[in-house]
Design a protein around this ligand. Structure first.
Ligand SMILES: Nc1ncnc2c1ncn2[C@@H]1O[C@H](COP(=O)(O)OP(=O)(O)OP(=O)(O)O)[C@@H](O)[C@H]1O
Ligand SMILES: [Mg+2]
Length: 187
C-alpha cells in the first residue's frame, strides 16, 4: 500500500512534464462526511481527447522509455478500493484537473504519508535553471486550513533566490510540517 503523498508526487510530476507553470494540490479531509478528496490542477498542455478516453489503461503512456504508464491507473485502483474514484478533466492547451476521492475511514485507505517530502521533491524538480514551476498546496481538515504558495515565498525572497536552494527547502519543510501539525491540533 503506497502512501497518498507518493501518489500525489507521481501525478504532480505529470503536471511538471506537461509544462505547467502552476500546480495546485488540494487535500480535503472531512471527518464528519467521512471523505478524503485530493485534487491536482495544472495549467500544462492538457491531454488529447483520444488519449483521455483510454487514460486509465496502464498501457497508455506517451513515455518513450517504456510501454506502460502507471501513475493514473494506480491512483484509480487506490481510490476504488476505498469506495471512491478518480476523475480527470482536461482541455488541450489549457490544463488538467484530477480529482481523487476516498472514504476517509476505509480500512484500505493508505495513510497520507510525508507531504513535506513530496512538496520538497516537487519544488526541487520544478526549479530548473530554465523554468520555475509554482505550487499551491492547500490542506483542509474539517474547517481548518493550511496553505503553502510558492509564489508568495518567491516574492518574499526576491527573484534572485532559487527555491531549490537547500536552506530555502529546509525552511519550507519546517513550514509544512508545523502547519500540518497545527492542523491536527498539535499532534
Ligand atoms: N497533468 C497532465 N497533463 C498532460 N498530460 C498528462 C497529465 N497527466 C498524465 N498525462 C498523460 O497521460 C499519460 C499517462 O500518465 P501516467 O501517470 O498514468 O503514466 P506515465 O506518466 O506515462 O508513466 P509513470 O507515471 O508510470 O511514470 C502520460 O504519459 C501523459 O501523456
Ligand atoms: Mg506519471
Amino acid at each position: 500500500m503506497k502512501d497518498l503523498s507518493l501518489h500525489i508526487l507521481d501525478l504532480s510530476q505529470n503536471s511538471i512534464s506537461a509544462g505547467a507553470g502552476l500546480v495546485k494540490i488540494t487535500v480535503n479531509e472531512d471527518i464528519k462526511k467521512d471523505t478524503l478528496t485530493i485534487s491536482i490542477e495544472d495549467d500544462g498542455k492538457g491531454i488529447q481527447k483520444d488519449l483521455l478516453k483510454n487514460i486509465m489503461d496502464p498501457f497508455v503512456t506517451t513515455r518513450t522509455s517504456r510501454k506502460v504508464g502507471l501513475g493514473i491507473p494506480l491512483m484509480q485502483a487506490a481510490c476504488r478500493r476505498c469506495e471512491g474514484d478518480l476523475a480527470i478533466e482536461s482541455e488541450e492547451n489549457v490544463g488538467t484537473k484530477l480529482t481523487a476521492t476516498f472514504r476517509h475511514g476505509h480500512i484500505d485507505r493508505a495513510p497520507m504519508g510525508d507531504m513535506a517530502e513530496t512538496m520538497l521533491t516537487l519544488i526541487l524538480a520544478g526549479s530548473d535553471s530554465d523554468r520555475s514551476v509554482d505550487f499551491v498546496y492547500k490542506h483542509i481538515l474539517n474547517s481548518e486550513e493550511f496553505c503553502l504558495d510558492t509564489r508568495e515565498i518567491r516574492t518574499a525572497l526576491g527573484s534572485e533566490i532559487n527555491l531549490g536552494r537547500p536552506d530555502v527547502l529546509m525552511w519550507i519543510k519546517g513550514y509544512i510540517n508545523e502547519g500540518l501539525k497545527n492542523l491536527r491540533g498539535g499532534m
